[in-house]
Ligand binder design. Structure first.
Ligand SMILES: C[S@@+](CC[C@H](N)C(=O)[O-])C[C@H]1O[C@@H](n2cnc3c(N)ncnc32)[C@H](O)[C@@H]1O
Length: 290
């Protein structure tokens, strides 16, 4: 049973005496309630990560238990918005893992040249840094003009930041280094202008980008793509959910379309693995072959 808490100490996770079995029941009920009330389905996200984030929100809201959080979130949509930000981890960077972009330039770009028109999906694009990075790479390879990029995320708040295209000026040095290591061929500063403490990226980079809310768990395929980028998203899902999303990706790729998962995720043990050939083992680039 969940015992009353002494709230003099700041709560940094579940209290020591919190009953683990009951905690799991409360978490499952909360996630079920969130799904039924708001349609956001976190029921199959990795348990340890969800649990940590729920306790972080409990502390921020000055509550004592998961059931308290459930009551708050179900009755107060603004509390749901705050919880959504916690649950959908939005950490990202421009030219994140620069080696990934180098391999894309060498392996993916030559394949894209063969298409008259290129359709790309960035699934789980967060605040858009990854989308601007791809747009810059395509621009430098002379392919941006004939590309259409669909950039989606479950979280409308991060998408608005992506549309605005303003990123922290403090991170520009790190991003410049990433850009160079990623094989950038121009001067990175050509792409943005400093504005107060932000770097405003040139709107022409996103002239062929559509930002839109899409939930990988509950929404369906909405087009056919030549490339799907989905990095640092599936790590938060359990095996069943990963398989569900792989089914969505498989349906959404043209034959010989490319699935770019990055070094932290893979198709290993997915039923779809035999449907793809590996283009790059380290960066987990796959091509749909059947
Ligand atoms: C860690 S960020 C990754 C951003 C970017 N892909 C990168 O690698 O830098 C994960 C993103 O996945 C999004 N996400 C989580 N669950 C999702 C879902 N069910 N459908 C769509 N996006 C989701 C989160 O909102 C978050 O913005």
């Amino acid at each position: 049973m969940a015992l009353p808490l002494n709230r003099k100490q700041p709560l940094t996770g579940p209290p020591v005496r919190y009953d683990a079995a009951l905690e799991r029941v409360e978490i499952e009920l909360l996630l079920e309630g969130v799904f039924r009330r708001y349609g956001f389905d976190f029921r199959s996200y990795a348990y340890a990560s969800i649990r940590r984030r729920l306790w972080k929100r409990i502390e921020s809201e000055d509550l004592s238990s998961i059931s308290d959080l459930q009551a708050l979130v179900l009755h107060d949509p603004s509390a749901m918005e705050r919880l959504l930000l916690d649950l959908s981890i939005s950490v990202t960077a421009m030219f994140r893992d620069p080696g990934f972009y180098q391999v894309c330039r060498q392996t993916v770009v030559p394949l894209l040249r063969t298409y008259p028109f290129i359709r790309i999906w960035h699934a789980g694009c967060s605040t858009g840094e990854e989308v601007y990075s791809t747009a810059i790479m395509l621009e430098e390879e002379g392919l941006l003009e004939r590309s259409r990029i669909y950039a989606t995320d479950i979280n409308d708040g991060v998408l608005q930041q992506a549309r605005d295209g303003i990123f922290s000026l403090k991170r520009m040095q790190e991003y410049t280094e990433n850009y160079i290591r990623a094989g950038g061929t121009r001067s990175f500063s050509e792409y943005y202008t400093a504005k107060y403490d932000g770097a405003l990226f040139s709107p022409w980079l996103t002239r062929n980008v559509v930002f839109s809310q899409h939930n990988l768990v509950t929404d369906r395929s909405f087009s056919e793509f030549n490339v799907i980028f989905c990095r640092n998203v599936l790590i938060y899902f359990d095996r069943n959910l990963q398989n569900k999303v792989h089914s969505l990706f498989y349906e959404s790729l043209v034959t010989f379309g490319i699935l770019a998962l990055g070094s932290k995720e893979s198709l290993r043990s997915s039923q779809y693995e035999p449907c793809y050939e590996k283009l790059d083992a380290r960066e987990r680039l796959y091509r749909k072959v059947r």
